[in-house]
Ligand binder design. Sequence first.
Ligand SMILES: [Zn+2]
Length: 340
Amino acid sequence: MRGVVMHAPGDVRVEERPDATIVEPTDAVIRVTASCICGSDLWGYRGPAPLAEPRPMGHEYVGVVEQVGDEVRDITVGDYVVGSFVASDNTCEICRAGYQSRCVHHVMMGTVGTQAELARIPHADGTLVPTPGVPDADLVPSLLAASDVLGTGWFAAVAAEAGPGRTIAVVGDGAVGLSAVLAARQLGAERIVLFSRHPERAALGRKFGATDVVEERGDAGAARVKELTGGYGAHGVVEAVGTDEAMSQAIRSARPGGHVGFVGLSHDVHLDGLELFYSTVHLHGGPAPVRRFLPELVRLIWDRTIDPGQVFDLTLPLEQAADGYRAMDERRATKVLLTP
Ligand SMILES: [Zn+2]
């Protein structure tokens, strides 16, 4: 099968990989109908650390089930499916509490590499959610978004306690931040403040439900949120970047008693203990348990209540994946969809 392999920072190739096959009896193999490039794929792409060995890429996917292992009960060949970027059994105590991304048997789909023609899906019954049928072509980007960015933004908005009467601020105007805006709106937030200096992303943010766009960053950005909220700060803040500045900005934008949902993959974040102590905020985050939300997200997409697929602004054939990485690295694209 053809698949994307990263050989070194800046060196992504599409090449022959061994066909995905059933390894464990709980596995399924899907034919990937769409995958995409994630902001987190760029951390490795931008280096500087050399890779120990070439690695397959991709953890987002929708597709059609081609094979199932002997112990798979709920998923059948021919199902059109969406799954999270983390495979999970959905039966252990952590899963049942709604934290499937930290399942005791979790498998990061990035180790499988879904930017390929075929993908092995571990714990198929726990991981995959079938759609009601074969989706119309225009629904595919939205279903694919549910696999990671929408599910992650949704978790962040839930962790920030978005709801009626609440003001939610969102740090990060990438695909996850924009999805968090959409989620906060859907969850009933009254006011949604998006931090953005990027006119096109801000425009999509407004389309998704942002009521205010703030260009200031860091302490100036937090001060602006305080100004907009009568001096209090936001009830909830989504952090969807993962840098030290973004995390501080998120905590400082929240009011005492407020909630920060942090989902940006953390890089060199150092929190000051005394500041954290006096902030009096709730911190809740980590790799999003997308599987918790998937059935509802699939329904909202299927009913055309939400259209998160608008975060994709470039579509390329899998064979041109390297161009997609370049476009995202150079910020010419927010989110790149790869078709077979
Ligand atoms: Zn589990």
